[in-house]
Design a protein around this ligand. Structure first.
Ligand code: DTB
Length: 320
């Protein structure tokens, strides 16, 4: 059953901005503890050389970017990074590995070990590894994974303008495999790809109508990457970001909404507006996958200033 129609989402998205934000703030306050923020750290354990042609991505082998393909990181190094992130206040750790899909090979076995080890540090663990079948999702779940990230990126209609090597339906199939295994879904998308407002509404329509709404929704602003087809795209402004966040908050009241890529160039004032609009998570650490992110000191300064505190790891799981 459709929880939200496109018309309803469009009506929300197009409200006068402050009216929209007052409402999304209300929905946020009803569903979350004010000031608590999910602090997530990303680690790219295997980078670059990807056969997919996502026009926004630095890791695609179809484009000449500054990113070099690397072998998979050693387990010990990953554990070090997880410990460092934990010491810096992170409560969720996301392991990313390039590629179209998970293969049942040595790399996947390594990732399963990483999941176990990071979880043993007392952190929530998320992975983003591409397409996945139900068995693989089950193995990740058994290893202690909490959530699996797989973004729909944009609307169904705009998808093939951005990626031609796979389909929107492929994305939805993986999300179904993830949900079937009992893992939490993390799924969101990117704005600034050249999509229309209609496409942004379409993307939120897909996410809000998944059989189970995503546990978390990353909203990324395109960071244009030199060498990719989108290298000359204009950066989106905060007003567009606020509309996305507020509409996501209202249509997915219980999902964690994460300000993801693009935060590096946002001021604290702009980020504060995003939190007012209902965003309640960030990626921390001075690097995302391949692009810069605010320094930890800068984020800690912002947390103090705004009275934000990291949500303890596994809080949701433990309270159920
Ligand atoms: C998501 O939505 N954003 C993260 C995470 N999920 C994997 C990735 C952001 C990457 C930004 C570009 C880069 O650093 O390469």
């Amino acid at each position: 059953m459709e929880k939200w129609t496109k018309e309803q989402i469009s009506e929300i998205y197009n409200r006068p901005l402050l009216q929209l934000m007052y409402e999304s703030n209300e929905v946020y306050k009803q569903n979350f503890q004010v000031g608590e923020i999910v602090v997530n750290t990303l680690l790219s354990v295997k980078t670059g050389g990807c056969p997919e042609d996502c026009s926004y991505c630095s890791q695609s082998s179809k484009y000449v970017t500054d990113v070099k393909a690397s072998k998979m990181m050693e387990l010990e190094a990953v554990i070090e990074k997880a410990k460092e992130a934990k010491a810096n206040g992170t409560t969720r750790f996301c392991i990313s590995s390039m590629g179209t899909r998970v293969r049942d090979n040595h790399d996947f076995d390594n990732v399963l070990e990483m999941v176990k080890a990071v979880r043993a540090e007392g952190l929530e663990v998320c992975c983003t590894l591409g397409m996945l079948n139900p068995e693989q999702a089950g193995k990740l779940k058994d290893a202690g994974l909490n959530a699996y990230n797989h973004n729909v990126d944009t609307s169904d209609e705009y998808y093939d303008k951005i990626i031609t090597t796979r389909t929107y339906q492929d994305r939805l199939d993986t999300l179904a495999a993830v949900a079937g295994s009992g893992l939490n879904i993390c799924s969101g998308g990117i704005i600034g790809l050249g999509e229309s407002h209609e496409d942004r509404i379409g993307m939120l329509h897909t996410l809000a109508n998944l059989p189970k709404q995503p546990e978390s929704v990353p909203i990324n602003c395109l960071v244009p990457i030199k060498g990719t087809p989108l290298e000359n795209n204009k950066r989106v402004n905060v007003w567009e970001m606020l509309r996305m966040i507020a509409t996501a908050r209202i249509t997915m009241p219980q999902s964690v909404v994460r300000i993801s890529a693009g935060r590096e160039i946002m001021s604290i004032e702009e980020q504060a507006l995003c939190f007012m609009a209902g965003a309640n998570s960030i990626f921390a650490g001075n690097k995302l996958l391949t692009t810069p992110n605010p320094e930890i000191g800068t984020d800690n300064y912002m947390f103090n200033l705004l009275g934000l505190v990291p949500r303890p790891a596994l809080k949701e799981e433990l309270s159920h």
